[in-house]
Design a protein around this ligand. Structure first.
Ligand code: KIV
Length: 297
């Protein structure tokens, strides 16, 4: 016997649950084909803006791919966003590998980039390659992202290259340096800082990075770095002159009451969820849920 429950078809009333794949079985991505690190270069050359959004789990990643987001980042921002930590410094490799693995299950075409957490690459190049390799081997990532310029990565990047691991750089307001920077502050204010940031960006390009995130810097500087580099730049809090933008999914979808100034909200998840939960409580208390159609006879 076939019956309809909402959009889902059950062939037997005794079938009580659906597999996760069944729940998203009508998933079709707007992306025509697999995105590779080299695809981003072509997008820059074609002046096509590159959209990057974070995901830390299967469902979010599959929604991003379905919507046609070309790049999905498993950021260590998961420490702030879903673990409730004050900063990203306590996020570990094991946590990042786990979240990469579960995000990967939702993705077949988007480029999946995993973020190297604090102390996974600063100790030595051997550690860095082993840890980056875990993202590729265990997590199913296509590439990794790493914070810092020449002083942090001069030995690490050649080692990554030898191990054939595609790397996205990250400069400017690098959250793993929060203690040295004295908080989350806009970077590149003085001429000396601007010069170092530009040199670091050029070093990342020369060392084989396929793209670089520019975070928390004034728009003119990000614009000028973007024009000088051949590889694409992805901005966050760095104005509109970069080749793409990255946003944290939970910030842009309105899960949080307050977000930084550079975030634009494209949803109101918090209110939607609170309203839904309040209706559920009311229905339960007034006996409206579960009704006959939600009950097995
Ligand atoms: O961890 C993260 O999500 C990031 C992006 C915000 C660039 O590093």
């Amino acid at each position: 016997m076939t019956c309809n429950v909402g959009r889902m078809k059950f062939h037997d009333e005794t079938e009580l649950s659906m597999s996760t794949q069944e729940k998203i079985s009508d998933k079709s991505s707007k992306l025509p084909r697999k995105i590779w690190p080299s695809t981003l270069q072509k997008m820059k050359e074609a002046r096509e803006k590159i959209a990057v959004v974070t995901a830390y789990d299967f469902l979010t990643a599959s929604l991003l791919e379905e919507a046609g987001i070309p790049v999905v980042l498993v950021g260590d921002s998961l420490g702030n966003v879903i673990a409730g930590l004050e900063n990203t410094l306590q996020v570990t490799m094991d946590q990042m590998v786990y979240h990469t693995k579960i995000a990967k299950r939702g993705i077949s075409k988007s480029l999946l980039i995993a973020d190297m957490p604090y102390l996974s690459y600063q100790v030595n190049s051997l550690d860095a390659v082993r840890n980056a390799g875990r993202f590729i081997q265990e997590g199913g990532a296509d590439a990794i992202k790493i914070e810092g310029g020449y002083s942090v990565l001069k030995d690490v990047l050649p080692a990554m290259h030898r191990a054939q691991i595609p790397v996205m750089g990250h400069l400017g307001l690098t959250p793993q340096s929060i203690n040295l920077m004295g908080g989350y502050k806009i970077q590149g204010k003085s001429n000396e800082e601007k010069k170092i940031l530009l040199e670091d960006a050029q070093f990342l390009e020369a060392s084989g990075c396929f793209a670089v995130v520019l975070e928390g810097m004034n728009a003119e500087l990000a614009d000028s770095i973007s024009q000088k580099l051949r590889i694409p730049t992805i901005g966050i809090g760095a104005g509109s002159g970069t080749d793409g933008q990255v946003l944290v999914f939970h910030d842009m979808m309105g899960f949080y009451e307050k977000v930084p100034r550079f975030v634009r909200r494209y949803g109101n998840a918090r209110n939607m969820i609170l309203e839904g939960l309040s209706s559920y409580l009311e229905d339960l208390n007034t006996g409206k849920f579960p009704a006959a159609e939600e009950t097995y006879s």
